[in-house]
Design a protein around this ligand. Structure first.
Ligand SMILES: C[S@@+](CC[C@H](N)C(=O)[O-])C[C@H]1O[C@@H](n2cnc3c(N)ncnc32)[C@H](O)[C@@H]1O
Length: 340
C-alpha cells in the first residue's frame, strides 16, 4: 500500500499542486473506445477509475460527458462512474470534489450520473463491480502500486468483451525545460536537472531511501512490466498502444499493434505530453506531495521539510528564486488496449 493511504496524507494539497490531465487526452481515450459510436438507447455507460485519488480524472470528464449527452452525441440512459481507491482519505476527497462538480453542471443532469465508491485495491474489484460490466477502465498514476498480473486479470474479468477498453498512464520526474527570465539559462537548467536526480534519488541522506519500493522503481521505469504484459498478451488484449516519453533523453518510443490493421484511429505520441509552468514556490509545494516527502516531512521539522531543503540546494546552484516561473515536462507513459 502506498503512503497516499496513510490517514495523515494531505489529499487536499495533493489536488492543489499535482498536474492534472487535459480533456484532450480523455477525448483521445474516448475516441479509441468508440464511446459515441458504441452508445445506444437505454445503455448504461460504466466507467471505472482505479486508484482514483481525489477524483482527478472524473472531475475532468463529468462536465464533458454531460455536454455530449446534452448535445445528443452520446446516447445513453445513465452514466455509472465507479470510483475506487485503497485510501479512505482519498475517497472522501474524491466524493467532495465530485459532488462539487456535479452540482456545477446543473440540475438537468442530476439523474444522469450514478456514482459508486469502493474502498478497495485495484486487484480485487471483480466481486464489487461484477464481471463483464465495465466499458472503460481508467487507471492514472497508480499502476506502479498494483500487482500487475493480478490487476490485469481483474481488468480482464470486469471489462465488457470486444468493446471494453483499458487505459492507464503515469508520469514521473519533472524535467526542468525552461525558466521564464531574460537571458540564456541552458546551463542552469542542466544543473537543476542534475540537482533533482541527486536530491531525489542518488545523494546519500536525501530522498532516495524514502521512496516506497518497488512502486517508485516501477514508476521511474515507466511501468514497463505492466505495459509489456498487455502488449505481449495477444490472446486477451487487442489494438494495444503504448507510448513512452522521456524529455531528459529527448526520447519518444511508440509501440502499437494497430499498424497494418483496418482501424479508424490515429496514434498520437503527444497525447500525453505533460507539461506545467509553476512558480518555484508552487513547484516546492508539489514536491511536498511526493510520497517520499510525506515520510521525510514526518521525520523532520518545518525548516527541514523537503520543500525547504530542495529549495536551499537548488537556489545555491541555480540562483532561482521562489517567484521565478519554471517550466517542466514529466516523463510519461500511457497504454490503451481493448479487451478481446
Ligand atoms: C498518485 S495517486 C493518483 C491519483 C489519481 N489517479 C491521479 O491521477 O491524480 C495514486 C493513488 O493510488 C492509490 N493506490 C495505491 N495502491 C493502490 C491499490 N493497490 N489499489 C488501488 N489504489 C491504490 C493511492 O491511494 C492513491 O490515491
Amino acid at each position: 500500500m502506498s503512503a497516499f493511504a496513510a490517514k495523515s496524507f494531505q489529499s487536499h494539497d495533493y489536488s492543489l499542486y499535482r498536474p492534472s490531465y487535459s480533456l484532450d487526452f480523455f477525448k483521445y481515450i474516448f475516441d479509441f473506445a468508440n464511446l459515441v459510436k458504441n452508445s445506444q438507447d437505454g445503455k448504461i455507460l460504466s466507467i471505472l477509475d482505479v486508484g482514483a485519488g481525489p477524483g482527478t480524472c472524473m472531475v475532468t470528464i463529468i462536465p464533458y460527458l454531460a455536454t455530449l449527452v446534452e448535445e445528443k452525441k452520446l446516447n445513453v440512459q445513465k452514466i455509472r462512474l465507479v470510483v475506487t481507491d485503497v485510501s479512505s482519505n482519498m475517497l472522501s476527497e474524491a466524493k467532495k470534489n465530485l459532488i462539487d462538480v456535479i452540482g456545477k453542471i446543473g440540475a438537468q443532469h442530476a439523474n444522469l450520473f450514478e456514482l459508486l465508491y469502493f474502498e478497495a485495491g485495484g486487484e480485487g474489484l471483480t466481486d464489487l463491480v461484477g464481471e463483464a460490466s465495465i466499458d472503460i477502465v481508467i487507471a492514472a498514476e497508480c499502476v506502479h502500486w498494483l500487482k500487475s498480473k493480478d490487476w490485469l486479470n481483474c481488468m480482464q474479468q470486469i471489462l465488457k468483451p470486444t468493446t471494453g477498453v483499458l487505459a492507464f498512464w503515469g508520469y514521473v520526474d519533472p524535467v526542468f525545460t525552461g525558466v521564464e527570465k531574460p537571458g540564456n539559462h541552458e546551463k542552469e537548467i542542466e544543473t537543476a536537472n542534475d540537482f533533482y536526480e541527486s536530491f531525489v534519488y542518488e545523494a546519500e541522506g536525501k530522498l532516495g531511501v524514502y521512496w516506497q519500493q518497488p512502486g517508485r522503481s516501477k514508476l521511474r521505469g515507466l511501468c514497463k512490466e505492466a505495459n509489456g504484459l498487455v502488449y505481449d498478451d495477444t490472446r486477451c488484449w487487442g489494438d494495444v498502444i503504448t507510448v513512452y516519453r522521456d524529455p531528459l533523453k529527448g526520447d519518444v518510443k511508440v509501440l502499437d499493434r494497430l499498424r497494418g490493421q483496418d482501424v479508424d484511429f490515429e496514434v498520437d505520441d503527444e497525447a500525453f505530453k505533460l507539461t506545467k509552468s509553476f512558480t518555484l514556490d508552487q513547484f516546492l509545494r508539489y514536491a511536498d506531495t511526493w510520497s517520499s516527502s510525506h515520510k521525510w516531512n514526518a521525520e523532520h521539522d518545518e525548516n527541514n521539510k523537503v520543500s525547504s531543503v530542495f529549495y536551499k540546494g537548488l537556489n545555491e546552484t541555480t540562483k532561482w528564486e521562489l517567484e521565478d516561473v519554471i517550466e517542466v515536462e514529466f516523463k510519461t507513459y500511457y497504454t490503451l488496449a481493448k479487451k478481446l
